[in-house]
Design a protein around this ligand. Structure first.
Ligand code: MRU
Length: 336
């Protein structure tokens, strides 16, 4: 596949890591050069970069920068804790820590970070083809949050399937949930699809079930931040309610994520830590208060969709379809 991205979410430039500041999109395309591990940790915590695979790759380069400052005395705890739900963060740090222990030199660490980066892009391209293979002809799809090139090394997980489906002429229409409170759908997904000349129709999340009822959607396609061994999927808040509505309307539900998102230490979704962010994200928008003064807010930013609501999980290793694959057999499937 000849994929030519029109922007780079993250890029190693020798003196540091150049990141597209996603907080500024869609109004301006601003890049920041991060030169220290602390700057990388801050960028992840503050969502300058977000999306599970992109966070993992960013952290891998963060370890290289940390080695530059601290050598083998490097402490990775703060970086590991920058965001709790996306397993790709600790997965990438574990990979880097392994290399750090065996070959503590900058060149070898950088090679490993580049390998993690390149593997992620290759996985996305492959998952795009696998996922698009599940789509029938002329379908309408709905996605949630941003699981695109901005959330990964390029091409995207859910948006990779949508890009491949469009290229194959299988997709008629792409609906995107705006994704409160951070608006990853309307700010980021719409931005990157429109740049690729893919038309986008935005929805407030509460319109999704009604669209399904009216027969407007054939497939829901989403990414994941962590997948438990039994196939339960943690993803952006609102994914669970989409899956419930999809089940009620007999609409197919696809999750697309690299195998680095599977956490075999979590036997079910119950064990996945769900990040809560500041209530300020709900009560104000762009620093402008939008709620009645005195109200407080609850702001969990992920939820868990049980495996029984999912039609297929696509990783770069293959497609798992439910209920053809019994959940009890999944543990063994992940390690094949
Ligand atoms: O809080 P974010 O923007 O980092 O969350 C990202 C998501 O939940 C995405 O929906 C995605 O599916 C996972 S990353 C491809």
């Amino acid at each position: 596949m000849n994929y030519k991205p029109s922007f780079k979410t993250l890029e190693w430039v020798g003196s540091g890591l150049r990141l597209l500041d996603q907080r500024k999109l869609p109004h301006s395309e601003e890049y920041r050069l991060l030169r220290t591990m602390e700057e990388v940790e801050h960028a992840i915590r503050k969502m300058m970069v977000r999306g599970a695979p992109a966070i993992g790759v960013t952290a891998a380069y963060g370890v290289v920068l940390g080695f530059r400052t601290y050598g083998s005395k490097l402490n990775l705890d703060a970086l590991r804790k920058a965001r709790p739900t996306a397993i790709n963060l600790s997965w990438a740090i574990d990979r880097m820590a392994d290399v750090l222990e065996k070959y503590p030199d900058e060149d070898t660490l950088l090679k490993e970070a580049i390998r993690i980066h390149e593997e992620d892009l290759a996985s996305n391209l492959h998952m795009g083809e696998l996922g698009a293979g599940l789509l029938e002809e002329r379908v309408n799809v709905l996605t949630h949050c941003n699981a695109g090139a901005l959330a990964t090394s390029g091409y995207g997980t859910a948006l990779g399937v949508i890009r491949s489906g469009i290229a194959q002429g299988k997709i008629d229409r792409v609906y995107v949930n705006e994704t409160r409170p951070w608006l990853q759908g309307s700010r980021l997904t719409a931005w990157e699809l429109i740049r690729d000349d893919i038309p986008v129709t935005l929805l407030v999340e509460s319109a999704a079930a009604w669209l399904m009822k009216r027969g407007g959607v054939d497939w829901i396609i989403v990414g994941a931040d962590r997948i438990a061994a039994n196939g339960d999927v943690a993803n952006k808040i609102g994914t669970y309610s989409l899956a419930l509505a999809a089940k009620a309307h007999e609409i197919q539900f696809m999750v697309v994520a690299p195998s680095s998102t599977v956490d075999l230490d979590c036997s079910t979704g119950e064990q996945i830590e769900i990040e809560s962010r500041s209530e300020h994200e709900v009560l104000a928008f762009n620093e402008i208060p939008v709620a009645a003064e005195g109200a407080d807010a609850w702001n969990p930013v992920f939820d868990v969709t049980p495996a029984e609501l999912i039609t297929a999980i696509v990783t770069e290793k293959g497609v798992i379809q439910f209920p053809e694959t019994p959940v009890e057999k999944l543990g063994q499937k992940w390690t094949e």
